[in-house]
Design a protein around this ligand. Structure first.
Ligand SMILES: Nc1ncnc2c1ncn2[C@@H]1O[C@H](COP(=O)(O)OP(=O)(O)OP(=O)(O)O)[C@@H](O)[C@H]1O
Length: 244
């Protein structure tokens, strides 16, 4: 059985002196090769949810949070326990990230940026790297540095880099926000296709509902559920029908 990311009864909070925000995920499951679109009004916790999934935030409550397959279950809630595999190790091993605007290293070429993900994880695979460069239409610019690429090309490099080490899951936070509608649609389609080809599950946040509607993916949304004026703002993950 391919890997499946499973969350049940998971909560994560942000707090400072004046306020507290809690995101609740009653139930979320993302399978290998599956694409999930994440939406929700500004401030409902989309980035926080993606940070939780990518082990950048420690959950405050967990019934189940793990990656399961036939051969093993990796308990993601235990990565903060001393002596366990660290969040950074598990993150580098299991996840790829596509940030809002590239996040590429400016002094490395396209190929070197993509290859870095393989060398960090110890998963060198020149054939897969060449496949990604080809599928993402980057063959003609592979020797160039990010500064001489268009924004759309940079996002395609970021997609290739996120998938280069064959992660089980890809987390994309507003990956097309900086692109014009045509380039956004191309990049979104490629992200979904390339992730599926690599057998990776992908979760993509976007404000652009019309863009998400172009692709046949499962949809989840965050909604604010706290009463107005409540001491703690609370948001919750809801499941929606795919519209495409
Ligand atoms: N230190 C903090 N303490 C309490 N609440 C916080 C803190 N930092 C951020 N928040 C709140 O957490 C909520 C979730 O933020 P997050 O950035 O995840 O939302 P988002 O849905 O990604 O927003 P956007 O669509 O505008 O990017 C926001 O309402 C924000 O105001």
């Amino acid at each position: 059985m391919p890997a499946r990311l499973i969350l049940k009864g998971v909560e994560v909070s942000l707090a400072d002196r004046e306020r507290r925000f809690t995101l609740s995920v009653p139930d979320l499951s993302i399978g290998a090769g599956e694409a999930v679109g994440l939406t929700g009004p500004s401030g409902t916790g989309k980035t926080l949810l993606l940070e939780l999934l990518g082990l950048l935030r420690r959950p405050s409550a967990v019934t189940a949070f793990g990656i399961s397959s036939d051969t093993r279950t990796l308990d993601l809630a235990s990565v903060w326990t001393p002596g366990a595999q660290s969040p950074a190790q598990v993150r580098a091993d299991m996840f790829g990230f596509v940030p809002q605007s590239g996040g590429l290293l400016p002094f490395l070429s396209v190929t070197e940026n993509i290859h870095l993900a393989q060398s960090i994880s110890g998963r060198e695979d020149a054939a897969w790297q060449d496949h990604l460069v080809g599928q993402l239409g980057l063959g003609d610019v592979r020797q160039l540095r990010p500064g001489s690429l268009s924004i759309g090309q940079r996002q395609r490099v970021a997609i290739a880099r996120a998938l280069a080490h064959r992660p089980a899951f890809v987390i994309a936070d507003e990956p097309t926000a900086a692109l014009d509608p045509g380039a956004a649609s191309t990049a979104m389609g490629l992200l979904i296709d390339v992730a599926a080809t690599g057998g990776a599950g992908v979760i993509i946040s976007s404000h652009d509902l019309a863009l998400l509607d172009q692709f046949p993916m499962r949809r989840v949304a965050l909604e604010l559920v706290s009463a107005p004026g409540a001491a703690e703002a609370r948001s919750q993950l809801m499941h929606q029908e795919a519209l495409a």
